[in-house]
Design a protein around this ligand. Structure first.
Ligand code: BES
Ligand code: ZN
Length: 468
């Protein structure tokens, strides 16, 4: 009979063939995914599963890496490990981005306003935002035993949220059929939820704010208690209150705006990956996406900041979002941190070649230490409702500033794209409007693509393109 030490050798040898970097930093875990997996296989006496084995998952651990096959058991263990990864089994966004590049859909670079231009409209709505509503909405979310994406209570939390949003929408004045609330089905029990306020130009690029509704107890994902007050009940209720007050005000944007509550973030960005891929496949243009994931904690003894994540985001969209802090928030600083590969749902949009921004509750090192277990409640020392309200304001300002008339511009390629712009006088003159490229060269660490557009063509997803 073969001994465990034999399997240890095999597993460690096999690990050197896994395309996983040895240096990946992650939140709760030392070491690399390759080392972790080799040890797991050593302890279970198993090797890599076959592609067609039941329940096998394809996991990407770093940008551009080949996916690694994990058995169903290993995927369960991975969810508990604290590593960061995309589960690409159903939706591989590296392929999505490559397809968008091949279709010429990455050939426009977004520019964003140099600062806010709708201050009176924005201030009128953000003055109505209510901490009491954040509290009562979060009490509903934390009452589920957990909101794990494969559990019945996770599914119930999403379906109940959709019903609540429909009630909010039906009470909104003067909106006619302009508000829709949908669930977006997944390959697991919990759907994502999408609320949309139609734009007067329904085909203009959509402006999105997102949060993840699902939670995890890393000790016991399926049945363990996971209230997820901060991760990410906080971002989820920020979106609910933003939707409630924008619809109550009869807000009518030029660009469509959407609120996304994702399922399966804790299982490898599953819900946001499915939606980003669906939008890319439909040729849907996205003006920009703002992710709120953890907005309710200020480490005791530190000053409150909005911590802008600087990796896997769009630098121009981040610069624009920072201008909203100065205009609409008070008594708060600005900080910057890296979050690493696949740390939240903004990464699904970035990987698909859309522009995203991720303002976080703190610097990376001062974040809430109680997440991913039964201790993620509003009773944590440092949980701060005023802080979470600030992010609600920021989300409302982001949606309004990018969707009110005068803000319509096409979606972006990645921030690494280099663009040669035309000097044609036929181009729109508004400073908030993107210059139309005649030739675009994209290159990034994961692939190198060169594409050129005809100087007269409008992208296929923008029927009312001003250059038509
Ligand atoms: N909210 C966290 C991400 C986070 C945690 C950002 C701490 C900054 C500080 C998110 O819900 C999460 O847990 N992400 C996973 C990755 C995911 C792909 C499984 C993580 O960070 O381990
Ligand atoms: Zn989390």
């Amino acid at each position: 009979m073969l001994s465990h030490s034999f399997f240890a050798l095999v597993a460690l040898a096999a690990s050197s063939f896994l395309w996983v970097p040895e240096t990946q930093a992650c939140h709760n875990h030392g070491g690399s995914p390759a080392y972790w997996l080799a040890n797991l296989r050593n302890s279970t006496g198993t090797t890599s599963p076959f592609m067609n084995a039941p329940g096998v998952r394809k996991i990407r651990f770093s940008d551009g890496a080949a996916p690694v096959l994990l058995s169903a058991f290993e995927k369960d263990e991975l969810e508990r490990s604290g590593f960061r990864y995309f589960d690409v089994t159903e939706n591989d966004l590296d392929e999505v981005r490559a397809q968008r590049a091949a279709d010429g859909d990455l050939n426009l670079v977004a520019t964003f306003p140099s600062g806010p231009t709708h201050q009176s409209e924005v201030k009128a709505i953000i003055s109505t935002l209510s901490i009491d509503n954040l509290k009562s909405d979060l009490a509903v979310l934390t009452a589920y035993n957990n909101r794990y994406y494969r559990s019945s209570t996770g599914a119930a939390s999403a379906n109940d949220l959709a019903a609540k949003l429909k009630t909010i929408a039906s009470a909104a004045p003067g909106t006619g059929g302009a508000i829709t609330v949908k669930t977006f089905s997944n390959t697991f029990t919990m759907p994502s939820v999408i609320a949309r306020i139609e734009g007067t130009n329904p085909t203009a690029p959509v402006v999105i704010i997102g949060a993840h509704l699902d939670t995890i107890n890393q000790g016991s994902p399926m049945n363990g208690r996971a209230p997820g007050a901060d991760d990410d009940g906080s971002g989820s209720v920020n979106l609910i209150e933003a939707f409630r007050k924008m619809t109550a005000a009869g807000f009518k944007p030029a660009n469509p705006v959407e609120y996304h509550w994702y399922a399966g973030e804790e299982g490898g960005l599953l819900g946001s990956s499915a939606i980003a891929k669906a939008y890319a496949s439909a040729g849907t243009a996205v003006r920009g996406m703002l992710q709120l994931d953890m907005t309710g904690y200020v480490k005791p003894g530190t000053n409150p900041v909005v911590g802008f994540i600087t990796d896997y985001v769009d630098a121009s969209l981040t610069a624009f979002t920072k201008t909203l802090i100065n205009a609409y928030l008070t008594n708060i600083g600005i900080a910057e941190s890296k979050c690493g590969y696949a740390c939240s749902d903004h990464a699904s949009w970035t990987s698909s070649g859309y522009s995203s921004v991720f303002p976080f509750e703190s610097t990376f090192s001062n974040d809430n230490p109680s997440i991913h277990g039964d201790g993620d409640t509003v009773n944590v020392n440092g949980f701060d409702w005023d802080h979470s309200l600030q992010f609600t304001k920021l989300a409302v300002a982001f949606l309004m500033e990018l969707s009110l008339p005068g803000s319509a511009t096409p979606s972006s390629s990645s921030s690494s794209t280099v663009v040669t712009t035309s000097t044609s006088s036929t181009r729109p003159s508004s400073t908030t409007t993107t210059a139309r490229p005649t030739s675009t060269t994209s290159s990034s660490s994961r692939r190198s693509t060169t594409t050129t557009t005809s100087s007269n063509a409008c992208p296929r997803w923008w029927p009312n393109c001003p250059w038509a």
